[in-house]
Design a protein around this ligand. Sequence first.
Ligand SMILES: NC(=O)c1ccc[n+]([C@@H]2O[C@H](COP(=O)([O-])OP(=O)(O)OC[C@H]3O[C@@H](n4cnc5c(N)ncnc54)[C@H](OP(=O)(O)O)[C@@H]3O)[C@@H](O)[C@H]2O)c1
Length: 323
Amino acid sequence: MRAAVVEAVGSPPAPADVDEPVRDEGTALVEVEAAPLNPVEIRVAAGRHARRAQPPYVPGLEGAGRVVESSRVPPGRRVRFEGPALPGFGAQGTLAERAAVPEESLVELPDEASADLAAAIGVVGITALLALERAAPAGGERVLVLGATGAVGQMAVQLAKEMGAARVVGAGRSAERLERVRELGADEVVELGDGDPTDAVERAAGGPLDIVVDPLWGEPAMAALRVIATEGRLVNVGQSAGADVRVPLENVRNRQGAIHAISSGWTPFERKADVYRRVLELALDGRVEVEREVVPLDEVAGAWERQEESPGRKLVISIGGGG
Ligand SMILES: NC(=O)c1ccc[n+]([C@@H]2O[C@H](COP(=O)([O-])OP(=O)(O)OC[C@H]3O[C@@H](n4cnc5c(N)ncnc54)[C@H](OP(=O)(O)O)[C@@H]3O)[C@@H](O)[C@H]2O)c1
């Protein structure tokens, strides 16, 4: 079968012929129609992950398609699924015509959900909603979304509004992309440049921050913690702006604040299925959107390189004429 294959650490994947996946106990066999790219697998293939990947391997964390064989879902049903583990360390991923995936990861799709939407909104929607739910909004909060120009950030901006935030501020590096964040519902945006954004963030929010959704860490997250509200919560999901920082702990402590962190990869499938269904329903109702671009498997290497630079939209690889 055809698949994207990483042949060497430091090189993007290329289409190649590989063996059919083997269905073990606890896994279902699915035909993949669409599978998005995610930043973590770009880091694994580039050799920037804590563990060194062992090529050759098929990347891809998730996808949408049809059941071929499953003990839970009849053949032919349309489903969203996740791979068994982060590919590159023994597990084979979803950027292939067929994949063996955990049975528990299967979520049946309504007819109106296209494969590219169902694939694109997976890890992104799950992560953004898990992060916001960890912050337990009661309504009326001032919310800052860092990395708001990225896929997780764009979704968090929209979900924060849906969950009743009084004011949502999106912060990111690109003025042009921040305009799109405004269109998606941000009340204000802050451009992250070389200077300290602390004052700009507080001004834009109209006061201290009740909730921060943080895919960046680094200096932007430290700025947010300097203006955290009493009992404010920062929920970290990534560290695109770096890990070596000095946390303004005294301020966090004085505000009785909390720093949480979530990982969709380490969240039970049952919880993820629930969160996924809710985000998909919002998308099908036109309440949230996930900007995406569908790219054929033959062009996976170019898409991979664009994902490395944060493309400002979800790149979804279409496989086997589905998508
Ligand atoms: N915890 C989890 O379960 C989970 C799940 C999904 C993603 N993540 C992580 O969350 C992060 C965002 O994912 P994504 O899918 O939204 O990625 P994405 O679509 O590629 O967006 C990346 C975002 O980070 C910004 N960014 C990148 N490098 C930066 C830097 N040095 N300084 C400031 N901003 C920077 C980008 O800004 P520009 O638009 O200006 O480039 C963009 O807003 C990644 O680190 C990813 O690994 C975690």
